[in-house]
Design a protein around this ligand. Structure first.
Ligand SMILES: *Cc1c(COP(=O)(O)O)cnc(C)c1O
Length: 361
């Protein structure tokens, strides 16, 4: 079987055992005589699938009972609008700008109220996580929004902002389930599933119950978290198949030993790559060390032609999608849960070989 190592930022690799299980069940799920793709979302068979997925997700993330889990559509980008629509009671919200997605979220919120950028690392091309203290935030802000892991730049929050009583809202699209997080520190966590959880099409929202019921009157029904919660994510047809695959991924994580185990594996993979980057001077890693992401690592050669050649030759070696985001260039290796250690080892070997064969003028 010719499976490549896929370093794509998303959609990205899924665990092989998950794909194999999905394949085995593709045409006939259990004794249903049909595929999960063909099932009514209101059928008893599907009811078991979605309830088990939610229960397992709660176990994986250690989500307390006073939080709702919503399985929605529209991607994390739709939540950029849903967040202000559901949470802006007085119309004020504070945003930390640590990259492109947090900036998009901030701009979306400005359509609905007084969204303020209270900290930003834009002047340094988002190569670090801005520091904040409780005094950084307006005491009457309805919430504070952060993007916990910045997929494009390869940075991750190295602290949880102290917002006092103000609910903290986090976009965790590219780091969810990569390590344990204390859900109680957040009012809302949301994530598009296609980075570290499932195929594209599913967006998960974890929301503390006391924050529900404040949606602005003009909020579209499909973006109203309370309505979605009251209907157990079945107000309309949910992304049935993506939820099913997410369920298989939750089972895979639990079988391996949960998020402690994911963290152990991810720390090892990231260390292998960053230790190599720090040991040489052919490649440059632009991110400040204390802000490095464990999921997305960015690096450049400093020569545009060589960066292009790197991504092209890597593909010939079965190392796919290493080209950096179109807005920053260079290279990016996304090493989510499903990327095996061997994949990162193969990348580091390739980097050494490429550096030896392509001296800089
Ligand atoms: C990919 C990504 C998004 C955008 O997700 P969509 O599901 O495509 O809307 C938003 N935030 C982060 C952190 C991401 O990595």
């Amino acid at each position: 079987m010719n499976r490549v190592y896929n370093f794509s930022a998303g959609p990205s690799m899924l665990p092989l055992p998950v794909l194999e299980k999905a394949a085995a069940e593709l045409v006939n799920y259990g004794d249903a005589g049909m595929s999960v793709m063909e099932m009514s979302h209101r059928s008893p068979a599907y009811d078991v699938i979605i309830k088990k997925a939610e229960a397992d997700f709660r176990k994986v993330m250690n989500i307390p009972d006073n939080y709702k889990v919503l399985f929605l559509q529209g991607g994390a980008s739709t939540q950029f609008a849903a967040v202000p629509l559901n949470l802006m009671k007085t119309g004020k919200a504070d945003y930390i700008l640590s990259g492109q997605f947090s900036t998009k979220a901030y701009k979306e919120a400005q359509k609905y109220g007084d969204a303020k950028a209270v900290a930003s690392s834009k002047e340094d091309n988002f190569t670090y996580i801005p520091e904040t203290t409780r005094e950084s935030f307006r005491p009457d802000a309805d919430y504070v929004h952060i993007c916990y892991n910045n997929t494009i730049y390869g940075t991750k929050f190295n602290y949880i902002p102290d917002t006092g009583d103000i609910p903290l809202v986090a976009d965790m699209s590219s780091c969810i389930m990569s390590e344990p997080v204390d859900v109680t520190k957040f009012g809302v966590i949301y994530a598009g599933a296609q980075k570290n959880m499932a195929p594209a099409g599913l967006t998960v929202v974890i929301v503390r119950e006391d924050l529900l019921g404040n949606a602005r009157p003009e909020t579209p029904s499909m973006l109203d978290w309370q309505l979605m919660a009251e209907n157990d994510s079945m107000y309309n047809t949910p992304p049935c198949y993506a939820i099913y695959v997410a369920g298989l991924v939750y089972e895979w994580i639990l079988e391996l030993g949960g998020l402690e185990k994911m963290k152990e594996m991810n720390v090892k993979k990231a260390a292998l790559l960053y230790d190599y980057l720090d040991s040489q001077d052919y490649y440059i890693a632009p991110v400040k060390k204390d802000s490095r992401s464990m999921m997305n690592a960015t690096f450049v050669t400093g020569v545009e032609e060589l960066d292009k050649k790197f991504a092209k030759e890597a593909e010939k070696a079965g190392l796919m999608n290493l080209k950096g985001h179109r807005s920053v260039g260079g290279m990016r290796a996304s090493i989510y849960n499903a990327m095996p250690y061997e994949g990162v080892a193969a990348l580091v070997d390739f980097m050494k070989k490429f550096a030896a064969e392509n001296p800089k003028a």
